[in-house]
Design a binder for this molecule. Structure first.
Ligand code: FPP
Ligand code: MG
Ligand code: MG
Length: 383
């Protein structure tokens, strides 16, 4: 039966699928333009942990023995095996050339994960990689995961194009899952990523007329709500909707899909809060990217928003995005002497608990334990 959690390695439970992930994505990305392929693959290859696909695969497996819709209420299995290419314009482009005969994969029975669910995990990682390529252009980043960022290595233009290409190929792969609800979920994720990035860019709100205006000068719970909403859109939407899609592709009931979604939502929020905390507590050499980056980028994340409740002087600095000389250092000091870091950690812990609670009704399995462990381990990570 299930191994005790301290020896459990979540990645080992879905090792076969995880091992094939990078190559499968590369197969989805070949364009016939080697330099485009190279940039598109850049963050796929450099990612060490592939956390999102890992969670999607574990969710697929953890929901395998959960309540299912009756067979006649489920969509037929899709054939996802036809290679995706960019055909020559001399050939007629006919997307329906893909046979809809369901594919059978020998691994399906052994691992309880369907080919569609495996493909979903790959699509999730492709969307993530696209968002990072674009994010690093927007943030003018120089490093990611200890290596030069895509924009620095290949230039802004190639980074943007490669991100768009990833989204295009992810969309083709998504359409081939032949499940309109899942297409809608992942298409919404792409829109949400842009909305989250937009909210972050404008720091505060936009007025009803659409003009950008900064946040208020006094702390109000609305500022924190804005931050949580932004965090959901930027980080938690992808993992929560991918978890829901994994349950749907497995034929799960609505209750199970809701639970999968809630797990992903709370996990995503917890992870981003820890991320925002580490920006204040870890040196850049350990982080693989510059620390104190958020303040320098003008971003008011949870630690500084909590500190603002104690130190009203932070209001004007937040409002001008820490742009005046000395702002970054002053704000950093105030965060350090406030209870902002502690409260950020407590909030991350409470989201992590909610993630674990959400899947409490799932039958016991190693995959479920893996999901629980990921939610707990996120809290103690150092980068
Ligand atoms: C990383 O945040 C950024 C994101 C998770 C989302 C970025 C979204 C866009 C650029 C919109 C375009 C979206 C697509 C799908 C192309 P961060 O800058 O706080 O984290 P970092 O430290 O990892 O850079
Ligand atoms: Mg960034
Ligand atoms: Mg960013």
């Amino acid at each position: 039966e299930a191994a005790p959690s301290f020896t459990l390695n979540p990645a080992a439970i879905v090792a076969g699928e995880m091992k094939a992930l990078t190559q499968n994505i590369q197969d989805l990305l070949s364009s016939g333009h080697p330099s485009l392929d190279k940039v598109a693959k850049y963050y796929i290859q450099s990612e060490g942990k592939h956390l999102r696909p890992l969670v999607v695969l574990l969710m697929a497996r953890a929901t395998y023995n959960c309540p299912k819709l009756p067979l006649d209420a489920r969509l037929p299995a899709a054939n996802i095996n036809t290679p995706i290419t960019s055909p020559s314009i001399l050939q007629d482009f006919n997307p329906s050339y893909t046979s809809d005969a369901p594919s059978t994969s020998p691994s399906t029975i052994a691992t309880q994960i369907s080919p569609s669910q495996t493909r979903l995990a790959e699509i999730t990682e492709m969307i993530h990689a696209a968002s990072l390529l674009h994010d690093d252009v927007i943030d003018n980043a120089e490093a990611r995961r200890g290596s030069p960022s895509g924009n620095l290595a290949f230039g802004n233009k190639m980074a943007i194009l490669a991100g768009d290409f990833l989204l295009g190929r992810a969309s083709v792969a998504l359409a081939r899952l032949r499940d309109a609800e899942v297409v809608e979920l992942l298409a919404t994720v792409i829109a949400n990523l842009v909305e989250g990035e937009f909210m972050q860019l404008h720091n505060g709100a936009t007025s009803p007329s659409g003009d950008a205006r900064g946040p208020p000068l006094r702390y109000s719970p609305a500022a924190f709500e804005h931050y949580i909403q932004k965090t959901y859109l930027k980080t938690a939407s992808l993992i929560s909707k991918s978890c829901r899609a994994a349950a749907i592709l497995g034929g799960s009931t609505r209750d199970v899909a809701d639970a999968a979604y809630l797990y992903g939502k709370n996990l995503g929020l917890s992870f981003q809060l820890v991320d925002d905390l580490l920006d204040y507590t870890v040196a850049s050499s350990d982080l693989g990217k510059p620390a104190q980056a958020d303040l320098k980028l003008g971003l008011a994340t949870a630690p500084v928003l909590f500190a603002w409740e104690q130190y009203e002087e932070l209001g004007p600095m937040i409002n001008r995005k820490f742009a005046e000389a000395g702002d970054v250092d002053k704000a950093w000091e105030m965060v350090q002497k406030s209870n902002g870091l502690e409260r950020t950690r407590e909030l991350a812990e409470s989201f992590s608990r909610k993630a674990i609670e959400a899947i409490g009704m799932f039958p016991d399995s190693e995959a479920k334990e893996g999901l629980e462990q990921i939610a707990r381990k996120g809290l103690t990570r150092k980068k």
